[in-house]
Design a protein around this ligand. Structure first.
Ligand SMILES: *Cc1c(COP(=O)(O)O)cnc(C)c1O
Length: 355
């Protein structure tokens, strides 16, 4: 073996990449996923629509030889009609994480800033680091509410990324406060509606009104398709056209486009399972409160709860030892809480027995 003394100890990476830790996904046990009750990454406990199963058995094997539609027009049409918009208002992503990355690459230059809340989805600051941008983190107020002077605090940012309902708290923000943000913030407002199908309302009505608003959605949670990787963004045509230039040419594969179209056809099934999850969520929240937990009101498919002794790390370890995975985010804003995905009634009962 030869070695090159000039390159041995040198880092080839950009300094921003050397300096960053990288996004830490929740645990995804691959060997014995059935060994755990998995309440840690907000997956849906129910299977996706039967239409997806039917579709999978009808896929022509030979089709895999060919590239997919680069922009996924058939799926864009389905999504547009679902939201009473036009296909030109839709861009597809390899999961909504891809949409978030496309947005940061599209709108934020090196040394410019993104703004986000704290706590919020921990991928936003990571995307900003990869881009070589700065992240203005704005702490939430009392009870995880929107802070005062939000717009002033974010003023220098090119894009404001905000999940609604919020991850990881599950709480929502008043729709008028978000509308106010969209009308008065001078940059892009990206509203991440990953959990909107479990909530009472959403911001899709803003698309027609605001030229600076992007809404991202995913089929990972409500449609039970986390393994398929499909998300999308809605915005006015000008924003979509620009983001089309930034995305990978074939960012959504053929199978995913087909599977997503089938799943979206079955709105009745979506309503059924999201309603079921909302019911179980209510039961879980009530039961945890009876046990002395402090629990945030949730509009998502998970609950954010603090045990009576405030020792969230201990609770996480205890449940893992007993076969239940939940999520724990150490740190000043979140360290007293755990995030628990709403599972089936049986899974929820098992969880409550252990507490
Ligand atoms: C799960 C999640 C996403 C990512 O969804 P994918 O489509 O699976 O990439 C985006 N934003 C938030 C807030 C999420 O919780």
């Amino acid at each position: 073996m030869t070695s090159n003394s000039k390159t041995q100890n040198k880092s080839f990476f950009r300094p921003e990449i050397d300096a960053m830790k990288g996004y830490v996904p929740g645990e995804q046990p691959q060997k014995r996923p059935k060994g755990f009750i998995k309440l840690n990454t907000n997956e849906n406990p129910y299977p996706s629509s039967r239409l997806v199963k039917k579709l999978l058995s009808s896929i022509a094997f030979d089709r895999l030889r060919l590239y997919p539609d680069p922009v996924g027009n058939e799926l864009r049409k389905t999504i547009a009609s679902l939201h009473r918009l036009k296909p030109e208002n839709v861009i597809l992503g390899n999961g909504s994480d891809d949409i978030l990355a496309i947005a940061v690459r599209s709108f934020v230059g090196q040394n410019e800033s993104i703004a986000c809340l704290e706590p919020d989805y921990s991928l936003y600051p990571v995307l900003s680091q990869i881009q070589g941008a700065k992240c203005i983190k704005i702490p939430l107020g009392k009870g995880f509410s929107l802070p005062l002077n939000l717009i002033k605090k974010a003023a220098r940012a090119k894009i404001f990324m905000i999940s609604r309902p919020n991850a990881p708290t599950g709480t929502t923000f008043p729709i008028n406060a978000i509308k106010n943000l969209c009308s008065n913030f001078h940059g892009i407002v990206l509203i991440d509606e990953a959990y909107a199908d479990f909530a009472k309302d959403n911001c899709i009505g803003f698309i027609k009104k605001f030229p600076n608003v992007i809404i991202s959605r995913t089929l990972s949670k409500s449609y039970s398709l986390a393994g398929v990787r499909i998300g999308y963004a809605l915005a006015q045509k000008k924003l979509i056209n620009g983001m089309m230039k930034v995305k990978d040419s074939y960012n959504v594969n053929f199978l995913t486009q087909k599977i997503a179209s089938a799943a979206l056809q079955d709105q009745e099934y979506l309503r059924k399972i999201t309603e079921k999850i909302r019911k179980t969520r209510g039961y879980l929240i009530d039961s945890l409160r009876k046990k002395g937990f402090e629990v945030c009101d949730s509009e998502a498919n998970f609950v954010f709860a603090s045990p009576p002794d405030g020792n969230a790390g201990k609770l996480y370890k205890y449940l893992k030892k007993n076969g239940i995975l939940i999520r724990y985010f150490p740190g000043p804003a979140t360290g007293k809480y755990v995030r628990i995905t709403v599972g089936t009634d049986r899974e929820t009962k098992r969880l409550l027995e252990l507490l």
